[in-house]
Write a protein that binds this ligand. Structure first.
Ligand code: HEM
Length: 134
């Protein structure tokens, strides 16, 4: 990695011809790629000079897209006081955030209810069977 840039320095590169984006705290010069981007130039211009981590990850870009990204690397981001906090992709939030796995919690609860219900039905059945045979 050749150089370190601050957010202010990255923010200066915010035009189509001079377009830097930050993804996972690395700085990429996407100017040459804007016209080729399969997702269109508009979305790249939207994040020009900014942290595009969330936007990039939310789309679920392929490994090929990541390779292209690595080819555009110019340096790493140097965070200074007052900079915005690192952006996280939605997938990171699910993995890290408390309550982020609400859905799986519900899944476990649901399984427990089915299991307890099944056991109750089984015992009721065997109880009735033993009563019948007497
Ligand atoms: C310099 C950074 C980026 C690179 C190198 C890049 C590269 C690519 C590539 C190669 C594809 C084709 C599909 C794939 O391989 O995943 C793609 C699709 C796409 N990209 Fe990006 N991308 C970048 C940034 C972004 C950003 C910031 C957004 C913002 C939302 C975005 C939105 C999309 C969308 C929506 C598609 C899907 C297009 C479609 O399938 O019609 N990309 N990108």
């Amino acid at each position: 990695m050749s150089q370190e840039l601050t957010f202010k320095e990255v923010a200066a590169h915010n035009t189509k011809k001079d377009l830097y984006v930050v993804v996972h705290d690395k700085v990429y010069n996407s100017s040459s790629f804007v016209d080729e981007h399969p997702g269109g130039e508009e979305v790249l211009l939207d994040v020009a000079g900014q942290d595009a981590t969330e936007a990039f990850e939310d789309v679920g870009h392929s490994d090929e897209a990541r390779e292209i990204l690595e080819g555009l690397l110019v340096g790493s981001l140097k965070r200074v006081e007052g900079d915005p906090a690192p952006k996280k992709a939605a997938t990171d939030k699910i993995a890290a955030g408390p309550g982020g796995n609400d859905t799986s919690g519900f899944g476990v609860g649901l399984y427990a209810i089915i299991l307890v219900g099944g056991l109750a039905a089984y015992f009721a059945y065997t109880f009735l069977q033993s009563k019948d045979s007497k």
